[in-house]
Design a protein around this ligand. Structure first.
Ligand code: GTP
Length: 391
């Protein structure tokens, strides 16, 4: 492929990606990383297009070339920045903007001094460095990263090295190095640029999809308002402790609690304020527990706590501590400081328990606490009540 065809392919490829990206998740408030990536692609498309125009003679090359390269550099820098944004570094612009300015100035200087060797060196080193920065962002959190993310990090780094190597070799060995002729290296360089553009685009889209799938899977077991395990998540965590209760050993306790008179919070301050109160209370309750305990939101304003290796008396103390914590915890809403109380039912898992009988017993104790005036803790009676509610 000659260089004009290659540049045109890069230009058109990037334009097609831009068009697809324009419609991808095109909603208000799109994520910052996606928006940075969108700009990155626009800059690159414009840059490669301008290079193709300059190479075709439709515009003086000495004018087209510096502007085109500046746009391409901005594009690859912003693309790396989008990856850092995605990796949780929203301030990447502070580093990227001055570096980009320096890179463009260095490139223009090299182009003036030696428009063949030095220019190729500067261009390939700048592009290689930007691709490498993107690969480094993908490699962050390697241990917990998905296989796709790891592959993109490694492939990105290898391509970045190929892109960077070209300029070094053009300067160090203008007529090639061993069997690696200059022409072959140029072809390799073009292929690496093209693959980087393709991998960057499809990798980005697939990473977005992977993240979305992960979030959906999380929401199956996590309540989005309080960030606590939801009913399904809580019962999943409870399962091994139910099995363990059939073997001799330390008991496991369950505390069920329900906020008192929560309806008036919604009625007085609105549902969003109610959500904020729920989230703040969930946080306060979580702080009262040990790492091995588990707080979950079962339904509405009813929560459950799993207390492994805890007997009834100790569980009563935990519930009492939690009751006092809820009572003193004021939650600031826009209009007022909201104070709440909660009622608690406590029981331990018995060998013969199923989820239904266990929860029925805890629920009966909780109802008893409500009936006795609320803001109280009740221990379930020794004999299991038979009012079951389906899980
Ligand atoms: N803001 C908000 N409110 C919720 C949510 N889930 C349930 N609620 C409300 O919480 C209230 C729970 O009402 P109940 O438990 O029946 O009664 P209560 O007013 O808390 O009074 P008690 O008899 O003491 O339980 C209802 O008004 C629900 O609409 C939620 O996720 N967010």
């Amino acid at each position: 492929m000659d260089s004009t065809t290659m540049v045109l392919a890069l230009a058109l490829g990037n334009l097609a990606l831009c068009a697809a990206l324009f419609f991808f998740e095109h909603v208000d408030g799109r994520p910052a990383a996606l928006s940075a990536w969108g700009w990155a692609r626009q800059y690159q498309a414009a840059g490669w297009m301008l290079l193709a125009i300059g190479a075709s003679g439709a515009m003086p090359e000495q004018l087209a070339l510096p502007v085109a390269y500046a746009l391409v550099f901005a594009g690859v820098t912003w693309e790396a920045g989008a990856l850092w944004e995605r990796a949780g570094r929203p301030r990447w612009r502070r580093v990227a903007a001055p570096l980009l300015g320096l890179a463009i100035a260095a490139f223009i200087l090299c182009n003036l001094v030696d428009p063949i060797g030095l220019r190729a060196l500067a261009a390939s080193l700048i592009l290689g460095a930007a691709y490498l920065a993107g690969a480094a962002a993908l490699a962050r959190g390697w241990r917990s990263a998905s296989m796709l993310q790891r592959f993109l990090a490694v492939a990105g780094a290898v391509l970045a090295l190929v892109v960077g190597a070209r300029g070094v070799l053009v300067l160090a060995a203008p007529s090639g190095w061993g069997w690696m002729s200059n022409d072959m290296l140029r072809q390799l360089h073009g292929a690496a640029l093209y693959l980087s553009a393709l991998l960057g685009a499809f990798g980005w889209l697939l990473l977005g999809r992977e993240r979305l799938q992960g979030e959906l899977a999380r929401l199956e077991v996590v309540d989005p308002v309080t960030d606590l395990p939801n009913r399904r998540g809580f019962f999943q965590a409870l399962a091994p402790w139910m099995a363990l209760a059939r073997r001799p050993g330390q008991p496991t306790a369950i505390v069920l609690f329900d906020l008192d008179g929560f309806k008036r919070i919604n009625d007085s301050y609105g549902h969003p304020a109610g959500d904020a109160v729920l989230a703040a209370l969930a946080d306060a309750c979580k702080r009262q527990l040990r790492d091995s305990d588990l707080l979950g939101r079962l339904v509405g304003v009813e929560f459950a706590i799993l207390l492994p290796r805890t007997g009834a008396q100790e569980a009563l103390m935990v519930a009492e501590r939690m009751r006092a914590a809820v009572e003193v915890q004021g939650v600031k809403t826009e209009r007022a400081l909201v104070k709440l109380t909660a009622s608690f039912g406590v029981t331990t898992i018995r060998p013969e328990d199923s989820n239904v009988t266990l929860m029925a017993r805890a629920d009966a104790a909780l109802r008893a606490a409500k009936a006795a005036g609320r803001n109280r803790v009740e221990l379930a009676p020794a004999a299991a009540p038979l009012t079951l509610h389906e899980e």
